[in-house]
Design a protein around this ligand. Structure first.
Ligand SMILES: [Zn+2]
Length: 184
């Protein structure tokens, strides 16, 4: 194992204790890594392990999802031709291949269908968050079951059927993703 590899492995936990939340620090370094004019940062997440890929309208036709998420709303696509409701949002309907899809906002609340706890082996950037819960949530009023991390109550206090709501997770470099949070 090279010295470079060792340094990369050693550095993230130190950053994780200095700055919260750790995932943001990790992912913000990825954008810097793509700039060829800059010296590489001390710690980087390998591009292929970046969980939140490019979000801008010049990079993805799904940019609206991230724009709405910054406003606190989940949205997805629906096919006006065959009526299929998609998750995750699509650029083409997997049922009939139509591309003129429409965007619809989704409910921000739901209930836990199933969950599990991450006790070890967490993804890069989330090592210091262990233990945490991930699970499937049935959104209220729509036939969609969505996977996500569930924050709020400790995982041992979660129940099947617990109420949760969607919340945006801002990242330091301006991107955004979502998590669920328990509603008490
Ligand atoms: Zn369709």
């Amino acid at each position: 194992m090279s010295a470079t590899t060792k340094a990369r492995r050693d550095t993230p936990p130190e950053e994780a204790t200095a700055k919260a939340p750790p995932p943001v620090t990790e992912r913000s370094s990825v954008a810097e890594k793509r700039d060829p004019g800059k010296a590489p940062p001390a710690a980087t997440t390998p591009f292929l392990l970046d969980f939140f890929p490019l979000e801008g309208p010049d990079q993805t036709r799904l940019a609206r999802f991230f724009e709405r998420l910054k406003e606190g709303l989940l949205c997805t696509t629906r096919c006006p031709r065959c009526g299929a409701l998609h998750w995750p949002p699509r650029v083409a309907c997997p049922a009939c291949h139509a591309e003129d899809l429409e965007w619809i906002d989704l409910p921000s609340t739901g209930r836990i269908y199933a969950f599990s706890a991450v006790l070890a082996g967490a993804p890069l950037g989330m090592e210091s968050d262990v233990p945490f819960a991930v699970g499937l949530v049935d959104l209220d009023g729509v036939p969609l079951r969505i996977f996500g991390r569930i924050d709020g109550r400790p995982w041992k206090e979660l129940d099947i059927g617990s109420a949760v709501r969607v919340e945006p997770l801002p990242l330091a470099d301006g991107r955004v993703f979502y998590r669920f949070r328990t509603v008490d």
